[in-house]
Design a protein around this ligand. Structure first.
Ligand SMILES: [Zn+2]
Length: 114
């Protein structure tokens, strides 16, 4: 079927918090709309309620099938967690270096007292 007005990636659509739909501007002045539950049901056609045009939404159904319909912030939260994990890895590495330094000095202390 080549009847789509356009193909739009989900990242390029806007989220309407009140109506709980993704939307994209339609050339008629209204907008294409598709709900999160439609995406979860593998539907990828967003229709404009004011005219006959439709668009195909490019998205990964796996991003929607297991999530509750009200949760829409998972993407940004994951990026912040990645940064924190990098910092904690550095701390562990520095701790390991300190322990190595202490164990290297121990024989010298024994040698001086002997
Ligand atoms: Zn329209």
């Amino acid at each position: 079927m080549g009847a789509y007005y356009d193909e739009i990636e989900i990242e390029d659509m806007a989220w309407d918090e009140e109506k709980r739909v993704y939307h994209y501007p339609c050339p008629c002045g209204d907008r294409f709309e598709i709900s999160r539950s439609q995406l979860a049901n593998y539907e990828d056609i967003a229709a404009c309620p004011s005219c006959s045009l439709i668009i195909r939404v490019i998205y990964d159904p796996l991003d929607f099938e297991d999530e509750p319909p009200d949760d829409d912030d998972s993407g940004e939260a994951e990026e912040e967690e990645d940064d924190e994990e990098d910092e904690s890895d550095d701390d562990k590495f520095e701790d390991a270096l300190e322990k190595l330094t202490i164990s290297d000095e121990a024989p010298n202390v024994l040698a001086v007292s002997a």
